[in-house]
Design a protein around this ligand. Structure first.
Ligand SMILES: [Zn+2]
Length: 417
């Protein structure tokens, strides 16, 4: 019988072993590794292999190399699985069919840094023999451009950062290359030698010549680290956009504004400048005042992570919402009717309207209406609950107190961190 080889399956972000059932819970296992930025760190990733059971407990080495033979990383390992009694029994009774065992090794090698998009070759070295057991590919995905709509969405993200810095260094001569990016340029950093990433050269070579790093992917991809869906980049340090005190300050100013019975334009402006108030949408784009055909304009169009488009109507905080009997006032009914008109218009001219907002029809799933109006106080709590619970003709309704309390939850969660 020929001896079976170990096989490389790919990389993944998470792998947990359930010893009791000999089962792995795995997230995003793939031989393709997409990223918005290089240099990319593999720190914390898992390497997945399947080894033949008759090779269990053999000491081996995994080597990963670029096509030209340059080494990316080397990992000594012994693929053995600790099983409890019942899993062992299962394995023994099933030996006829059970030949392979999956296994995952966490990479805690901080020097495992991918410099550029490439195909990597994975080798196993065992008893002096080197065999290729698989490949994987690191692929560059250019992040969305930083348009004003994208910046508004980043600013609505509590986990966003206002600037980020990356240091590339040579382990031989200790020469270093420092670059940064942010929502705004920071002259002070530049006097300290940090280069604004759009102005980077195409590559960097250290003083001794041992380290050479392409910078084009850093130049194109640096903006991706500002938003929530961060890719793991090597030697990255970030300056968070929101500290607790900043959020408390926004809350204070927002409450202050609401107490003055402002017009809806003033509230729209405040939210536009403080999109963190819309953080629950996990927005990828926030469009102020999008046109809905020639007749209408919403206050905000929010494209969320599910690619649903939420069209928001802002009404006065002072708007009386419900009558004594719990029915909607004519003011609130008017707001709902208006949003209904938008949705009807979109039924008819969906493609053109989305294009007018800079969105592609096939990038948008559902389109939903949202009304934000009035305050809780002065209304019967039961009636308000019904208003929120009711399907409301297919759209969502919030009072300004709802916005404040979601902000409070956020402030609270930062407290707990
Ligand atoms: Zn060097």
């Amino acid at each position: 019988m020929t001896k079976r080889n170990t096989v490389f399956l790919g990389l993944c972000k998470r792998a947990e072993h359930d010893i009791r059932l000999n089962r792995w819970n795995v997230l995003d296992l793939s031989p393709i590794l997409p990223t918005h930025i290089f240099p990319m760190s593999l720190y914390g990733f898992y390497l997945a292999i399947a080894f033949p059971l008759d090779a269990a407990s053999e000491a081996s080495t995994l080597r990963i190399e670029y096509a030209d033979g340059e080494e990316l990383l080397k990992l000594d390992y012994k693929a053995s699985i600790e099983l409890n009694q019942s899993a062992k029994q299962q394995q023994e009774t099933g030996t006829e069919g059970l030949i392979w065992q999956p296994w995952f090794a966490r990479l805690d090698i901080s020097t495992a840094v991918i410099k550029r998009p490439a195909t990597f070759f994975v080798f196993q070295e065992c008893n002096g023999e080197k065999k290729q057991i698989g490949t994987f590919e690191a692929v560059f995905i250019e992040p969305p451009h930083l348009t004003p709509e994208r910046i508004s969405a980043i600013q609505s993200d509590p986990g966003a950062c206002k600037s980020a810095r990356i240091v590339i260094n040579c382990t031989v001569c200790r020469d270093e290359h420092k670059s940064y990016y942010g929502l705004e340029r920071i002259p002070k950093l530049e006097t300290e030698g940090w280069i604004w990433s759009p102005e980077l050269d195409d590559s960097w070579k250290c003083g001794c010549g041992a380290t050479e790093m392409p910078l084009v992917y850093l130049k194109m991809g640096f903006s991706s680290v500002l938003g929530r869906r961060q890719t793991s980049s090597a030697n990255l340090s970030v300056e968070p956009l929101y500290k607790k005190s900043v959020l408390e300050n926004i809350r204070y100013n927002f409450v202050e504004l609401l107490e003055q019975s402002p017009r809806e334009e003033e509230v729209q402006k405040f939210i536009k400048e403080n999109t963190i108030l819309l953080y629950t949408y996990s927005a990828t784009k926030i469009i102020p005042k999008p046109s809905i055909g020639t007749k209408f304009k919403a206050d905000f169009g929010i494209l969320d992570t599910n690619n649903d488009l939420n069209l928001v109507e802002i009404e006065r905080p002072g708007l009386r919402l419900l009558k004594q009997d719990g029915h909607r006032t004519s003011g609130l009914t008017h707001a709902f009717d208006q949003v209904g008109d938008w949705l009807n218009e979109i039924e008819i001219h969906r493609i053109a309207i989305l294009e007018g907002m800079g969105l592609q029809n096939d990038h948008v799933n559902k389109i939903r209406g949202v009304v934000i109006a009035g305050r809780d106080s002065g209304h019967d709590a039961g009636h308000l609950r019904k208003l929120r619970m009711r399907p409301n003709d297919g759209f969502a309704f919030y009072t300004y107190d709802d916005l404040i309390s979601t902000l409070d939850n956020l402030i609270q969660s930062i407290d707990d961190m």
